[in-house]
Design a protein around this ligand. Structure first.
Ligand code: HEM
Length: 120
């Protein structure tokens, strides 16, 4: 699978998960986890889909050995971050270190993506 295909497929799955989460919050009339929903949608759908467009438009980046790894790290970091933020906002302090790890993973991976953008 190419990096762009992985981006598009994962982005759509995360969008569906994020939207279902939004509907669940609305039905439950409990919006306390909305920052996690927002991060899942924005990092997991918007940013990931944009990464996919970049990779699709830039064959040299798509072919780079770090491209697929960059996408997987983003997917994992985003899911970990969303879980951590959801726990924090629903009163579970265990979410703090989980959100911290997730945020460090995504910022490191954003740095990796920046390096790829400058390299090709
Ligand atoms: C079926 C689709 C969706 C539903 C039902 C839904 C539902 C919700 C709900 C109930 C809230 C909490 C609002 C509040 O308490 O202030 C919220 C917040 C938010 N959602 Fe969604 N959402 C959906 C899709 C999306 C998508 C696709 C994105 C981004 C690409 C998104 C981004 C956000 C953001 C950024 C916030 C925070 C807004 C704020 O700061 O007040 N949502 N959403």
């Amino acid at each position: 699978m190419t990096a762009s295909n992985l981006c598009f497929r994962a982005a759509m799955l995360l969008l569906l998960a994020g939207m279902l989460w939004g509907i669940q919050m609305a039905i439950a009339q409990d919006h306390s986890a909305f920052p996690a929903h927002a991060h899942l949608n924005l990092l997991g759908f918007v940013a990931l889909f944009l990464f996919g467009i970049f990779y699709r438009l830039t064959p040299a980046a798509e072919a780079h050995s770090w491209a697929i790894r960059q996408v997987w790290i983003w997917i994992i970091g985003t899911v970990v971050l969303a879980i951590g933020v959801a726990l924090v906002h629903t009163g579970h302090t265990i979410g703090d270190p989980i959100a911290a790890v997730g945020s460090l993973v995504v910022v490191a991976d954003a740095t990796l993506f920046t390096w790829l953008v400058f390299k090709v």
